[in-house]
Ligand binder design. Structure first.
Ligand code: HEC
Ligand code: HEC
Ligand code: HEC
Ligand code: HEC
Ligand code: HEC
Length: 456
């Protein structure tokens, strides 16, 4: 744990006394100088500069928040180091990259551009702005500009978030609580799925709407050769981890037509990320730890000590306070878990006896260990010498004898592809429906129906 030592080297209050100068009235004829007038009253004390500092630099403010922050994965997580220097990862994985993409002056857009046969994702930072672990200034962008307390309430982003997953075609804008959720969602949003197989190797954005509209079309088929024009099935064929933002706002998935309509739960429009994740602390959960449970990462999914302080305020669940055993909380989570388990079974059925989804019960290797009964992580069990050496299925575009000896990966319809994406998003929103129960329930239910209709 590292602590910053403050050396506030300001001298104590600077007393600014005002000297009142007396002006003497003069006559036409200059006579002898009169007696000196009385001294003026002392001027008001000047403002001590350290007083302004104390608005933040006191035990209950910066000092305490900095301690809480040591519990946050923002602080101890390693992704900011490992992805440092990479312009496409840095917008979400480094302080400077984030500040760069949030500053309107830099004109960073989520749109894709096409030139010379290649599609480029505009959501990127530039050299010189792609490093820095997260700290206070990642979110509090104006610290030490006016040196007044108001610097704390200026956040790096509260503007609507053009979603990178959709190339900017969809925008999330949660206005409640001063639009502070937009700060979190700017990073906690999914990355795009890029087509990476010839003849579309120029890498355009996958057309999610086609997947939604035409579930029976073939997405990939190993029996007919390389017919996949879209995304190469591989161990890590997925929308990158920030599922929460999209699910919370009800705007990120493949909304297959089905029996359940796509509504949002009340949280989407009345609660902010801060309301729950930065609620008054219980143990090490809440505040600037951003955690919902009083547990360390590796025992997170087993812990039952939740922080309900944010939930049980008068305006929300105060009249019928939630707890870890309250039916509302228990049923929400168990219902979604059941649906996730059912969808996983349907997705796996296409393997004809061998699962296509990987499982990992070790929470240090799988962020989502324990969320489903089989501890899926959302990846596909396709062989990769570097990332999934024990993979069961053949990498359709891989080479080498080890790969060639593996069974061919089964074919996928658009419906299966969309269901896999929905499974990944609903698994990785992590809260088992607390973020947006109605949306998650509809996605899972309708995906299950699509796969059932296809015989799985
Ligand atoms: C709006 C709140 C706020 C005000 C007002 C404020 N500071 Fe800070 N200051 C912070 C925060 C937040 C940090 C970073 C703490 C950390 O990283 O743990 C910080 C850090 C520091 C540090 C450590 C070095 C650094 O930059 O990380 C010094 C020194 C410091 N402040 C001095 C001052 C002085 C002197 C004043 C008044 C003239 C002042 N601050 C006013 C919030 C404030
Ligand atoms: C600059 C981008 C960025 C911003 C802004 C941001 N986060 Fe994060 N957050 C991340 C990343 C990246 C991780 C994972 C860090 C790692 O693994 O090293 C993370 C981790 C977390 C975790 C822990 C997840 C886990 O797997 O244990 C929580 C909870 C969280 N963030 C909530 C929030 C909330 C709430 C906000 C808004 C107040 C917020 N984040 C703002 C990027 C961000
Ligand atoms: C649009 C924002 C965004 C971009 C761009 C992005 N990530 Fe992430 N990434 C996240 C978030 C948010 C998390 C944390 C999710 C959580 O813990 O719930 C994350 C998590 C990760 C993790 C897992 C960390 C852990 O705790 O296990 C790795 C590894 C990672 N990202 C690598 C990358 C790489 C490599 C790139 C660039 C090729 C990249 N990311 C680009 C948002 C992003
Ligand atoms: C991931 C974003 C994020 C990071 C990183 C972050 N903060 Fe904050 N901070 C917030 C948000 C959002 C609020 C407003 C919370 C609210 O409205 O409930 C806040 C509020 C505060 C407050 C005011 C609390 C109050 O009671 O009024 C202080 C003080 C503060 N932060 C200090 C810090 C310090 C010190 C650090 C670094 C050690 C830090 N913050 C890092 C997002 C962040
Ligand atoms: C209604 C309360 C609530 C709101 C609002 C909320 N969350 Fe959560 N969030 C949860 C719960 C509960 C979990 C599950 C935590 C756990 O299992 O430890 C969770 C989990 C997470 C995780 C994974 C956490 C982890 O520790 O691994 C991230 C990241 C996250 N939320 C980010 C956000 C963001 C970003 C927002 C705003 C868009 C948000 N949450 C809004 C309740 C909430």
């Amino acid at each position: 744990m590292k602590r910053k030592i403050y050396s506030i080297l300001l001298t104590g209050g600077l007393l600014l006394s005002t000297v009142v100068m007396l002006s003497l009235t003069s006559c036409n004829k200059t006579g002898p100088a009169g007696a000196a007038g009385r001294d003026g009253a002392n001027g008001a004390d000047g403002v001590s500069t350290t007083e302004a500092c104390k608005a933040c630099h006191n035990p209950a403010m910066v000092d305490q928040k900095a301690e809480e922050y040591t519990m946050a994965k923002h602080s101890w997580g390693t992704a900011a180091f490992t992805e440092s220097g990479n312009n496409s990862c840095a917008p979400c994985h480094s302080q400077e990259g984030f500040r760069y993409v949030c500053d309107p002056a830099n004109g960073v857009s989520a749109a894709w551009t096409y030139a010379g046969g290649v599609w480029t994702n505009g959501y990127a930072t530039v050299d010189g702005h792609n490093m820095g672990t997260y700290g206070c200034q990642t979110c509090h962008t104006a610290l030490h500009t006016t040196y007044g307390a108001s610097d704390l309430t200026v956040f790096t982003n509260t503007a609507p978030v053009a979603m990178t997953m959709w190339g900017g075609a969809k925008t999330i804008d949660l206005q409640q609580d001063g639009a502070k959720s937009n700060l979190c969602i700017k990073c906690h949003q999914p990355r795009p799925l890029q087509c990476n197989v010839s003849p579309t190797s120029g890498g355009r954005l996958l057309n999610y709407d086609s997947i939604r509209q035409f579930p029976t079309l073939i997405f990939y088929d190993s029996t007919t050769g390389a017919v996949n024009k879209y995304v190469k099935p591989s161990y890590r064929m997925h929308t990158h981890y920030g599922a929460v933002g999209a699910i919370y706002a009800g705007k990120g998935a493949i909304e297959f037509t089905g029996t359940l309509a796509y509504g949002n739960s009340a949280h989407t429009s009345v609660a902010s990320c801060q309301d729950c994740h930065m609620a008054p602390m219980t143990g090490r959960a809440g505040g600037h730890s951003f955690n919902m449970r009083n547990a360390y990462e590796s025992s997170l999914s087993a812990s039952t000590t939740w922080n309900f302080n944010g939930c049980n305020v008068a305006a929300c669940h105060g009249d019928d306070p939630l707890s870890a055993t309250h039916a509302k909380f228990v049923n929400c989570r168990s219902g979604i878990k059941t649906l996730l388990d059912q969808l996983a079974t349907k997705i796996n059925a296409c393997g004809g006896g061998h699962d296509i989804l990987t499982k990992q019960t070790d929470p240090t290797l799988n962020l989502w260990a324990g969320i489903t009964t089989n501890s899926y992580d959302g990846y596909l069990d396709i062989y990769s010498s570097s990332t999934n050496a024990t993979g069961y299925w053949r990498d359709p575009y891989g080479s080498g004898a080890t790969n060639a000896a593996k069974p061919k990966f089964p074919k996928l319809t658009f419906g299966q592809m969309g269901s896999i994406m929905n499974f990944q998003l609903c698994l990785r929103e992590y809260s088992l429906g607390v973020h947006n129960h109605d949306y998650v329930e509809a996605l899972l239910t309708n995906s299950i129906a699509v796969l059932t209709a296809q015989g799985f």
